[in-house]
Write a protein that binds this ligand. Structure first.
Ligand code: 5GP
Length: 215
């Protein structure tokens, strides 16, 4: 009994909520359990980022060509740049019964839900707006103007929180990671994701009922 269908889990949340850290912990603490989709983007690499690891860095022309070719599962414009999830990776893994994690913003997440209604959408938030502001200030990577802009984006995103299936309050990182993992494990137990297992059990039981198998 191991033929469950692969699921797509989408993690979104405010900038500064700790999505990236949660993802990193999931990959480190459950080796081989999760597959992280690597997005394409037109934004410039930040210090320490490598092409093909954090993102596939593309020019605007390359990205638009990929849109035309239908290479994306979803794509969106965020803060003046394109971001998109390559379709092939997600499709090939889910077909093999593997779970895929996407860390994407809200417009993209809602597109994924349209395409895969079974996708699990999780929204990560700090415990309060004040805590969010403090985290952005504490990071020290954004100017006050940029922080104001991030908070304005968060305000807009907050209007879509109810469209998500689960709310992850990231107060304690270990707890948040456990919540995400537990949700995905539990979602994997849904009967709707275990049709093959159910069919197998049924056909084996029938063999007994028909007397094809010795008692
Ligand atoms: P950053 O530039 O800080 O890496 O990411 C900015 C935002 O884009 C984050 O909210 C991140 O989750 C989102 N993002 C990253 N990859 C994708 C993607 O493939 N599609 C969409 N829709 N959003 C993405």
């Amino acid at each position: 009994m191991m033929k469950r269908e692969g699921l797509v889990a989408v993690l979104s949340g405010f900038s500064g909520a700790g999505k990236g850290t949660i993802m990193k912990h999931l990959l480190d603490e459950y080796p081989g359990r999760y597959n992280l989709s690597i997005s394409a983007t037109t934004r410039k690499p930040r210090t320490g980022e490598a092409d093909g690891r954090e993102y596939f860095f593309k020019t605007k022309e390359e990205f638009e060509q990929m849109i035309e070719e239908g290479a994306f599962l979803e794509h969106a414009c965020f803060n003046g740049n394109y971001y998109g999830t390559p379709k092939a990776y997600v499709e090939s893994l889910t077909k093999q019964g593997k779970d895929v994690l996407l860390e994407i913003e809200v417009q993209g997440a809602l597109q994924v839900k349209e395409i895969f209604p079974d996708a699990v959408l999780l929204f990560v938030t700090p415990p309060s707006a004040d805590a969010l502001k403090e985290r952005l200030v504490g990071r020290g990577t954004e100017t006050p103007e940029e922080i104001k802009n991030r908070l304005a984006i968060s305000t807009r995103e907050s209007r879509l929180m109810e469209k998500y299936d689960y709310l992850i309050v990231n107060d304690d990182i270990e707890e948040a990671v456990r919540d995400v993992h537990d949700i995905i494990e539990t979602e994997g137990l849904r009967t709707s994701r275990n049709r093959l297992n159910i069919e197998e059990m049924r056909s084996e039981l029938q063999k007994f009922a028909k007397g094809e198998e010795k008692l």
